[in-house]
Design a protein around this ligand. Sequence first.
Ligand code: MG
Length: 247
Amino acid sequence: MKKIILLATLALAGQWAFGQKMKPQDTEDWSRVPEVVTPGKRTNAPSDAVMLYGGRKDAAKWEHDNGDALKWKAKRALTVKKGTGYIRTKQGFGDVQLHIEWRAPRKVVGEGQGRGNSGVFFMGGLYEVQILDSYNNKTYSNGQASSVYKQFVPLANACKKPGKWQAYDIIFQAPRFNEDKTLKSPAYITVIHNGVLVQNHVELKGPTLYIGKPEYKYHADKLPIKLQDHGNPVSFRNIWVRELNLD
Ligand code: MG
């Protein structure tokens, strides 16, 4: 009996805390219904994804910075051809969920930043998630695989052995700018590397610079996704994005 009285008192106190009597329905949100999306099998693209590279047929979706047609090796996988330069999607993107699979060369050549280096860039090359063969390969921590380059060290090193296919699932929230071109809200990135959370909604300090302190500068709200030619024959496959609006 004592227990019942105590519980009743606690329940009443709970209602007092809210200042009014609340019903379970008061906190139910029926105002929006999340869209039904059929998940892909394993890492296949879900129904609402834009396929960026699923094979040779998608080579036309990419170009070099100067507008030249793709010079990288485009077969079942897309492979960096040293010296040809970065490539970018012809389509621009803002907020996205990106899936990308990549493979560092099986034969280990070089060390540190010189080993299996590439990168995924958002907003036309401004914000990089590093690609590097970080399997038993020392370098600065904010420059290893799945770092937000020179800004955020990954929470773990989830790198597979060189020559193995690896996956990044990245949620990129683009920065917003005011009408006077000042920063309204920064960019955020979440990264899952081979199923392991490595970046959790980190707030970018600005573009991911090789030298110097990052600072935001106004840019368009949709820009290409870019892949880096850092001189190493890194391969890519199964690249797809889901366009989001994270406002
Ligand atoms: Mg890089």
